[in-house]
Design a binder for this molecule. Structure first.
Ligand code: BES
Ligand code: ZN
Length: 596
């Protein structure tokens, strides 16, 4: 198996195959206490059992009969890997139970106060494991190369309800029991607990959210079952039983997280018109690319995300038509081109080298959109029928496995390239996978609707009044294209746009964020209050980064002070993932908020 530089575990010696988790959630102290018991497969009888931990307090370690086992917690890695926990095994040890408590600042966990929820009455907790944060709430072999089945027993005070990324759930009083009977990598173990309600969409799909959000959320995901059916038609059976979506409070640092059986999602996609549901198509697609067939290490991340973006685009085309899919692909490619101008060359490579770095550094448009463009290029050359057959075989033959880029390339050669050498000659696979930049054979689909937008943007830039533009019937993607096409509008032009289209009042988070970024960058100060409110209420990193950057760089003096003053107030409400990124962006140090 491929070594994983982001884990201390040594699964080739002793491997965990199943874990039983028992935790009590303490919403007062922001701590989870209990144990995890691992079932072991011992390949090297002399080797100890090594797991990853981060900030975990280990109380005791015992074997299957309750006999204490010697253990040692190593020094903390000075960056992000946490601490190795090494347990000495006896000849007959086949289970190891670790009694522990999490730290109140466990990076995977966000404990929300009632004010940070929609209902403002009950606290809320959710976990975010990817990439290497699960070790901060469960001591385990935290590498995607190891898959485990698991059970959990979670105690939380009523009326809170607990959900997990599991295929079985049984509630009795304060205790909820879960089981995941299909083997999953550690980053896909997730939990949420709060004042939650569920509404069915179909026999196997439901939407979960706080009571005040659940109806709007259910309406927005009206097409959920249709999406799952589209996926099954394209890529083979859905193998996880249920497919539910949980909407979290707005501090969730990502758009979505593909936790098995239950995608976790940001409420910022609830636009009221289904215009942002591609994100759900994306997380659903991970049920094939990522959850069924998983990147073996974080340098193979593009196998998860590039495939998923490609699948997402196919689902969108299937359910909403070519036009919508074409616009979304074009927007993605625009974002990629932009990012490529800023990323150092080694980071422009699909098979990126992340040794010694945070795996988060690989979370760029390269893995996502360049990865998808590679698959679209293969489709273009080999035809859709061959491509679909190939993808289905890839998923079927690697299901519930963790795969490396080398495994994929060998499979590609054998099952696609070598079957039609004349076609294979039209794709430079090595260049796509190993080189920086975007190969010249990458294509972007034509979109008549975008052509119309580009014409409007040009005439606006040339001085036309907003009311003279033909914007009737524009959809979200067209507004995003329009805002992206305006290079340096004057504050007066921005005011005219705002007067005509009410952009500062937009209820669509993507349009609003793009608008706030553009307006802030170009000195239209009438958006300041809205931008500040947005930063104080939304924790989604993808929105925070460009908006803080715009505030920092806003014309005139004081951008930096303003950004830091907003951050000082907003920071306690952000998840550790967003804090880490923004601390670096804003040059924030511990203690900077001591006089807050
Ligand atoms: N699996 C990712 C989220 C992720 C990646 C979390 C790496 C931590 C480390 C998820 O599927 C994802 O890609 N989410 C995107 C949305 C998507 C539509 C591109 C996001 O959150 O922005
Ligand atoms: Zn993804």
């Amino acid at each position: 198996m491929t070594p994983d530089s982001h884990s201390f575990a040594r699964p080739q010696e002793v491997r965990s195959t199943h874990l039983d988790l028992a935790l009590r959630l303490d919403f007062e102290q922001h701590v989870a206490r209990g144990y995890v018991e691992h079932r072991l497969e011992r390949r090297d009888p002399a080797a100890p059992f090594v797991v990853d931990t981060d900030g975990i307090q280990v109380h005791a370690v015992a074997d299957q009969d309750g006999r204490a086992l010697a253990f040692e917690l190593a020094e903390r890695d000075d960056r992000w890997l946490g601490q190795a926990l090494t347990v000495q095994l006896e000849p007959d040890t086949d289970r190891v139970r670790i009694h522990y408590a999490t730290s109140p600042d466990a990076e995977a966990m966000q404990w929300l106060s009632p004010e940070q929820t929609d209902g403002e009455e009950h606290p809320f907790l959710f976990t975010q494991g990817q990439a290497i944060l699960t070790r901060s709430w469960i001591p385990l072999q935290d590498t995607p190369g190891v898959r485990v089945t698991w059970t959990a027993r979670v105690e939380a005070p009523q009326p809170l309800r607990t959900v997990m990324s599991a295929d079985r759930r049984v509630v009795r009083g304060d205790v909820t029991r879960f089981a995941m009977t299909r083997p999953v990598p550690s980053y896909l173990i997730a939990l949420a607990c709060g004042d939650l309600r569920a509404r069915p969409i179909s026999g196997r799909c439901a939407v979960w959210a706080e009571p005040g959000v659940v109806d709007a959320a259910t309406a927005e995901l009206d097409d959920l079952e249709r999406m799952v059916l589209a996926c099954e038609e394209l890529f083979g059976p859905y193998r996880w039983g249920r497919y539910d979506v949980l909407f979290l409070p707005p501090s969730f640092p990502f758009g979505g997280m593909e936790n098995p059986c239950m995608t976790f999602a940001t409420p910022t996609i609830l636009a009221g018109d289904k215009s942002l549901v591609a994100l759900i198509a994306h997380e659903l697609a991970h049920s094939w690319s990522g959850n069924l067939v998983t990147n073996a290490t974080w340098r193979d991340f593009w196998l998860n995300e590039g495939f998923t973006v490609y699948l997402e685009q196919r689902i969108m085309e299937h359910v909403y038509g070519r036009d919508r899919a074409a616009m979304e692909i074009a927007l993605g490619m625009q974002g990629l081109q932009q990012e490529l101008t800023e990323l150092p060359e080694p980071d422009q490579v699909l098979h990126i080298d992340l040794t010694g770095r945070n795996p988060d550094d690989g979370m760029t448009a390269v893995a996502y959109d360049k990865g998808a463009a590679f698959l679209r290029r293969l489709e273009e050359v080999f035809g859709r029928a061959r491509m679909d057959e190939f993808l289905r075989a890839w998923f079927d033959e690697h299901s519930f496995q963790s795969v490396s880029t080398a495994t994929f390339l060998a499979f590609l050669e054998q099952r696609l390239l070598s079957t039609a050498p004349d076609r294979a000659a039209q794709v430079d696979v090595a260049q796509w996978v190993q080189a920086a930049g975007l190969p010249t054979d990458a294509s972007v689909p034509e979109s008549a609707r975008f052509a119309a937008v580009d014409a409007a943007a040009e005439s606006f830039a040339g001085g036309a009044a907003p009311t003279a533009l033909d914007t009737g019937g524009w959809v979200t993607q067209q507004w995003l294209r329009f805002l992206g096409a305006l290079e340096a509008p004057t504050p007066e032009q921005l005011r005219a746009l705002d007067d005509a289209f009410g952009l500062t009042r937009s209820g669509n988070s993507e349009v609003l964020c793009a608008w706030l970024v553009l307006a802030t960058r170009c000195g239209y100060r009438a958006v300041d209050a809205r931008a500040e409110l947005f930063l104080l209420t939304v924790g989604r990193r993808k929105f925070l980064v460009p908006l803080y950057e715009a505030v920092l760089a806003s014309p005139g003096d004081g951008g930096s002070e303003r950004a830091r003053s907003i951050y000082q107030r907003a920071r306690p409400r952000y998840h550790a993932v967003s804090q880490r990124t923004l601390d670096a962006l804003l040059d924030w140090r511990d203690g900077d908020d001591s006089d807050a």
